[in-house]
Design a protein around this ligand. Sequence first.
Ligand code: RVP
Length: 502
Amino acid sequence: MAYFYEEPSHTFGEYLLIPGYTSAECIPENVSLKTPVVRFNKKSGEKPSLSMNIPLVSAVMQSVSDDKMAIALAKEGGISFIFGSQTIENQAAMVARVKSYKAGFVTSDSNIRPDQTLEEVVSLIEQTGHSTIAVTDDGTAHGKLEGIITERDFRIDHVPANSKVNEYMTPFAKLVTGKDGITLSAANDLIWAHKVNQLPIIDDKNHLVSIVFRKDFDNHETHPNELMDTNHRYIVGAGINTRDYMERVPALLKAGVDILCLDSSEGYSEWQAKALHDIHEKFGKDVKVGAGNVVDREGFMFLAENGADFVKIGIGGGSICITREQKGIGRGQATATIEVAKARDEYYSKTGIYVPICSDGGIVHDYHITLALAMGADFVMLGRYFARFDESPTNKLIINGNYVKEYWGEGSNRARNWQRYDLGGKKGMAFEEGVDSYVPYAGRLHDNVSLSMSKVIHTMCNCGALSIPELQQKAKLTLVSSTTISEGSAHDVTVRNTSIHS
Ligand code: RVP
């Protein structure tokens, strides 16, 4: 007879934390968000070989995690998993770009030709949010540098229609440039000596290589959490599937990837076990591979026993996900996280091995991150959250007068990542498990992540916890009624200024 769970499953919005005792040492400056990413023998005192400085990873999705996102998130202390629903060559090239990225040297992604119009400059500025545009002979990031145009060079309502870029740009002859190979501090000295805001770096044929921005240098100085390998290169992850891993994994390893993740909507399967074994056997035990997704004890135990370095939790809770509607499988994200966390602790006390768990999807408010951690997650994976930022790979558009960014599921017709929903064998008729959507544009990743982490840290102080493991031990969680939920936002008043609630 079928097994029945008698209790309904719950999601984050149905829980709140009850504060614990806050001692005088429990202040934000003393809180650490450091968290393990891969399995380690905790009982013997071993340290995990890979940890993060903040408990956030970005989703394995076309509309979320490319090389640009990976660099931005590594600067904050987290990891991006570059999407696998692309050719092996393209994915490896993205990984290689992250690993060869030199902090402070930016590949220009707002470029234009000299014969284009100022109207086109304005729309490019609107689309990318960048106020400095490189002018190159072919309009690409590595074309011959002809000049620089910024939003301060012209007033669009004061120039004749169809005015050309080359009439208003600062031409090459008047630019201060740096030669490829220059160090960041030498580039910064030039910026200061010539009182410029950016320094284009060119090769010996005057082709644009990168740009150093004054503000980026300042930012670089203020990234105390950045996540680097022993060679001072940013840490980066990549998604893989259970079909082409024998070719994909070596290409990603060659590109320098630090960690892999088997990306599937349902990970309690023979194919994941086989992939974990094959990868570890063929490419070595040191290759780090997360697996998932699962939503219960059995699923966790299966993947942990088969060598997963971390286990990802969640079916059907993603904002763009319609798996539950389409197939009737899934579980409330909070219940799934709580049960898998218990299994993780059980596995640890049996074996001495700690296998980190990641709650994937369904984070709507910042406090949901804290709840997931309190429920036992070591880190969380987010899609919608990151899709809203400048650094996500999608278009920024204006819809009904508001800025939005595109965001689509891997199981949507737009992504066509059917392998994520693959059951091996011959595939039946494909159907969508995700939607194509817009999310409100939210600005720079750095600003948003700093604010979100500040909220997490403050709540941890309220719970008397200075670290994530301490939060997991001390947290007191309560289920709430729907009336309690409405009591939690502003009520019975007319709100005058909504900005502080966004
Ligand atoms: P969210 O952060 O709520 O947007 O959820 C992101 C997660 O949703 C991903 O990490 C993945 O597990 C899941 N996803 C991605 N695509 C789809 C889909 O098309 N159904 N679901």
